[in-house]
Design a binder for this molecule. Structure first.
Ligand code: NAD
Ligand code: TDX
Length: 379
């Protein structure tokens, strides 16, 4: 039985990882630590919390006493740190929060792990670590900065973050590596490209576009829509993290990417076309549309779901032009590859949103409207 501390598992990727792990393994015990910020939703993981294999603790990764108490109580084998402020646009509004959670929070967990996991000193004075423990940091391709038209990020690409978000994630990565170099702490890092899939908070591009279509609203594309992201289905990311935590080499970084580069404009157009196609094939999906114009036959019309919904809005400040991952290392070392083709993943994702509107309403019941007005009102 392995015991995991999984932070941030009430958010998008963490929740998918939690569900994946509980389905795949019987012999795991997972303690979730999550502060339930605007991005965390307990309802997403409530069905998974059984107080036998999965426990939930509401709390901040910056809280030293809480971290010490959890490490003392549960004897973790692995820490998987998803908890973060994760939205670039919000980091432009309030950088300091990103430093607090992403840097200080990560460092607090590293220290708590050090206090709990070190069993002695070797003859050179280096800490001796409990056998089999591992601290895994979930990081991002954004730490590498931005690419031009050619090339890919490898693990050797120099770190060159631009946004307050990516600067904070880079700093956290460097602390993780500093603990490895200085204390010989057993750590791994994965740096992943843009994820998409179920439970994605609807202020990120793909779920925001789906939500706006269903509400009959305009679809905001920043700048000219030529920025490129490398999209990965979230379950493929979860599989990569599981492989790296269990079999990755200590002190190593692994890039995780989808071989699926698309411009934002392509993503938005593809999402429009897929929603339209699904609603043509299964007319019952039209019931979730807020705009219920009727066609000549009295059916809910979908003729208006087309590219004319797109509106080009003011660009993001310091908007990185292109991200693209070279995942050769994780493929060769651990046999991982992006299993889900984008054409399949985007259909699964859109159908999930069409059939989980209750989840969308639940997660936007807080300050979502205020956020939307602030971000898009001024664009
Ligand atoms: P998310 O914003 O959906 O979820 C973050 C979770 O962390 C939420 O549940 C939130 O409540 C929790 N959290 C925030 N601050 C906390 C704190 N101080 N203490 C405890 N919990 C806190 O994020 P996500 O998209 O699921 O991303 C998860 C991780 O993966 C992040 O570290 C992010 O940097 C990284 N990442 C994300 C992507 C992506 O495409 N979304 C890609 C690469 C890497
Ligand atoms: O309304 C929008 N219009 C638009 O054109 C939004 C919300 C985004 N965009 C653009 C900006 C980006 O080029 O779409 C692209 C994707 O934007 P986001 O979904 O905000 O993601 P991004 O900024 O690329 O960052 C995401 O992937 C890397 C995650 O939020 C990060 O946590 C992760 O590290």
């Amino acid at each position: 039985m392995k015991t995991y501390l999984v932070t941030g598992a009430a958010g998008f990727i963490g929740a998918n990882y939690l569900k994946y792990m509980l389905t795949k393994y019987n012999d795991v015990r997972i303690i979730v630590l999550d502060a339930l910020t605007y991005a965390g939703n307990l309802g997403t993981i409530a069905p998974d919390i059984d107080d036998e294999r999965c426990f939930f603790v509401k709390g901040d990764i910056c809280d030293r006493d809480l971290a010490d108490r959890l490490f003392g109580e549960y004897k973790f084998d692995y820490v998987v740190n998803f908890a973060a402020e994760s939205h670039v646009d919000r980091s432009i509004e309030n950088p300091q929060l990103f430093l607090m959670t992403n840097i200080l929070g990560t460092q607090n967990l590293l220290d708590a792990a050090r206090r709990a996991w070190v069993t002695g000193r070797d003859e050179q004075g280096y800490p001796v670590w409990r056998k089999g423990v591992r601290f895994h940091q979930v990081s991002t391709d954004e730490v590498y900065g931005s690419l031009g038209a050619d090339g890919f990020f490898t693990e050797e690409t120099p770190l060159c973050p631009h946004s307050p978000y990516s600067a904070s994630k880079t700093s956290a990565d460097m602390f993780v590596m500093a603990y490895c170099d200085t204390y010989k702490m057993p750590v791994t890092i994965t740096r992943c490209s843009n994820n998409y899939g179920p439970y994605h908070f609807p202020e990120k591009l793909i779920p925001l576009i789906i939500k706006n279509i269903l509400e009959g609203k305009k679809l905001p594309v920043y700048g000219d829509g030529s920025n490129v992201r490398d999209w990965l289905y979230v379950e493929d990311h979860c599989k990569a993290i599981d492989l790296v935590v269990r079999n990755g080499a200590e002190g190593e970084v692994y890039n995780v990417g989808g071989h699926n580069e698309k411009t934002n404009l392509e993503i938005v157009k593809l999402t429009i076309a897929t929603v339209h196609r699904l609603m043509t094939e299964k007319p019952e999906y039209r019931e979730v549309l807020k705009r219920k114009d009727k066609d000549a036959d009295g059916n809910i019309s979908i003729g208006w779901i087309n590219d004319e919904l797109i509106t080009f809005v003011k660009d993001r400040l310091g908007h990185d032009q292109r991200y693209a991952i070279d995942p050769t290392k994780i493929t060769e070392a651990l046999g991982w590859y992006p299993e889900t083709r984008f054409e399949t993943g985007i259909v699964k994702t859109i159908e999930w949103y069409l059939t989980h509107q209750d989840w969308v309403q639940e997660v936007i019941s807080g300050d979502y409207q205020g956020y939307y007005e602030r971000m898009y009102g001024k664009r």
